[in-house]
Write a protein that binds this ligand. Structure first.
Ligand SMILES: Nc1ncnc2c1ncn2[C@@H]1O[C@H](COP(=O)(O)OP(=O)(O)OP(=O)(O)O)[C@@H](O)[C@H]1O
Ligand SMILES: [Mg+2]
Length: 252
């Protein structure tokens, strides 16, 4: 049996909004992700991508259904999961007064990783994101895209088996986004780490993702390799697949 890193079974999340209004952010989602995959989670704004990630790292509890990460139930074994899984949140805070390197070292220290080891990892990660020359500058003087790169590196300092990156390249310029993508490709191919990312950039998906899942209004409406989905939906490219699933255009 292949090594399942994520499994959800009819995973559902309902947010109560006032007395009689509720939002079904996730609606009976069944999803599996295998070890070593780069998996892209796609969907329009409000589709439920961030909600799904937040449940898988224990920041939200499901309303119903089940979710397993590294074979453990997220509602009972979250400490085990958190030691091995990293998250780059969509809206991540950064320590503005620390330097880029200090941000990485501080975060890694919270996981009890020895400083010497952290320094070794930080050297490599800062090199990979192209921030070696600026590593001793306070982050408050960094641009938005540079901060995002520090946060990607920070998520990876714990050498997670699985990493969730919620819009890792949003706000990062074209060259910077390439740097981040190349880094993620290396982590997946050389170290067999599993990467789940969300993005609105379909070019990024075709560059990086082995499989994608498309969420729409909380429902997982398609899962597969981009080329499989193009064939299944008789579309010329992933953008056409996405548009037809989300708008209903071109579907019978
Ligand atoms: N804490 C919350 N309380 C109430 N409703 C929420 C909460 N978090 C998310 N929602 C709602 O759940 C739905 C899914 O939101 P979510 O943030 O998961 O979408 P998303 O796919 O990540 O969108 P985006 O592409 O804009 O980041 C939306 O309708 C949102 O308003
Ligand atoms: Mg989101």
């Amino acid at each position: 049996m292949p090594d399942e890193v994520i499994r959800t079974e009819r995973l559902t999340k309902v947010f109560e909004k006032g007395r009689r209004r509720e939002v079904v952010a996730l609606d009976q989602v069944n999803l599996t992700v295998q070890r070593g995959e780069v998996f892209g989670l796609l969907g329009p704004n409000g589709a439920g991508k961030t909600t799904l990630i937040r449940i898988l790292v224990g920041l939200l509890t499901p309303t119903s259904g089940r979710a397993f990460v590294l074979g453990r139930d997220v509602t009972t074994d979250i400490d085990y999961i958190r030691q091995r899984v990293a998250l780059l949140p969509q809206e991540a805070g950064i320590y503005e007064r620390l330097t880029a390197r200090e941000n990485l070292i501080y975060y890694g220290g919270l996981y009890g990783i020895p400083e010497e080891e952290l320094n070794r990892r930080a050297d490599r990660l800062l090199e990979m994101v192209g921030l070696r020359e600026r590593e001793d500058h306070q982050v408050k003087a960094f641009s938005g895209g540079m901060k995002r790169k520090v946060l990607v590196a920070r998520a990876l300092i714990i050498e997670p088996e699985l990493v969730f990156l919620d819009e890792p390249t949003t706000g990062v310029d074209t060259l910077g986004a390439r740097v981040v993508r190349n880094m993620l490709k290396r982590l997946s191919s050389e170290e067999n780490r599993t990467i789940v990312l969300t993005t609105h950039d379909l070019h990024e998906v075709s560059e990086l993702c082995y499989r994608v899942g498309i969420l729409n209004e909380g429902r997982l409406v398609a899962v597969g390799r981009p080329d499989e989905l193009e064939e299944k939906f008789r579309a010329a490219n992933l953008e056409e697949v996405f548009t037809s699933l989300v708008t209903g255009e071109g579907l019978q």
